[in-house]
Design a protein around this ligand. Structure first.
Ligand SMILES: [Zn+2]
Ligand SMILES: [Zn+2]
Length: 257
């Protein structure tokens, strides 16, 4: 097992940290750390995770930061500047996010055009357009297929609803060891189905993923970005997703692949 993904946060933007009570189950805003080197999203809860995880050096080896989109649960300029203030990082983000940085010391921003393979260090990335319109920035959120140094592939698809045709056409050509799918909405009726998946959608998507062999043999599908208001308890979420062969993410969960 050469690779791992550590979930630093698994919640949608309705998990307000100021409302967290001691002992209660809690999700921070979604972010993930791959092999300790690639950080996907950089929201305001990252350092709270580091504090509770018990490893003050958790982010010391972060070489690349990839921002999926500008929503405030995924991007916090202060958090990013704090990481880059400690050591140099390569950054992938849209123009809006970059314009929010008041200090770019230690940050080398590189472009990542859609659909094309972009190499950063030992990793290769393919950015795909998510069905998740980011109003005000004029851009959609991005999903990513990331190829590890040992050629294993990981798909990270938060936020978004359903696959667009163009995203699926690319995905079909890959075999991912781990796939992280948006799973914001439970069974409740909510208009956010046009920007986030509900359980029925995830169930159908996973069937097709397996049928089309987009998941590598022995691969793992993970659901994340759970809404506090629209999902059942973590216990029930875990049970429901297990029926579909999906692992429910929780903060601090690490998957080796
Ligand atoms: Zn979000
Ligand atoms: Zn969003």
């Amino acid at each position: 097992m050469a690779n791992n993904i550590l979930f630093l946060g698994t919640g949608a933007n309705d998990w307000l940290i100021e409302k967290r009570k001691k002992g209660m189950f809690f999700r921070r805003y979604t972010a993930a750390l791959i092999n300790g080197e690639v950080l996907i999203d950089c929201g305001p809860h990252i350092f709270d995770f580091v504090e509770h995880y018990g490893d003050p050096h958790l982010l010391d080896n972060v070489k690349t930061v990839v921002i999926t989109h500008r929503h405030s649960d995924h991007f916090c300029p202060e958090t990013l500047m704090k990481i880059a203030g400690d050591h140099d990082v390569t950054l992938v983000c849209d123009d809006f996010c970059f314009s929010q940085l008041t200090d770019t010391k230690g940050i080398k921003r590189i472009p990542m055009p859609l659909y094309k393979k972009t190499a950063i260090g030992d990793y290769k990335f393919i950015a795909l357009p998510a069905n998740h319109d980011v109003r005000g920035a004029g851009k959609d959120a991005r999903h990513f297929i990331i190829t590890m140094p040992d050629d294993k592939e990981l798909y990270y698809g938060l936020d978004g609803t359903w696959f667009s045709t163009s995203e699926w056409l690319v995905l079909k050509k890959h075999q991912c060891a781990v796939m992280v799918l948006d799973c914001t909405i439970g069974r409740v009726k909510d208009a956010r189905v046009f920007e986030h998946n509900n359980m029925s959608m995830v169930r159908m998507m996973v069937k097709q993923i397996r049928k089309s062999k987009v998941l590598a043999p022995g691969g793992v599908i993970v659901g994340s970005h759970f809404s506090r208001k629209l999902m059942p308890s973590h216990f029930n979420t875990r049970l429901m997703l297990k029926c579909y062969g999906i692992k429910a993410a929780e903060d601090g969960m690490k998957i080796e692949f």
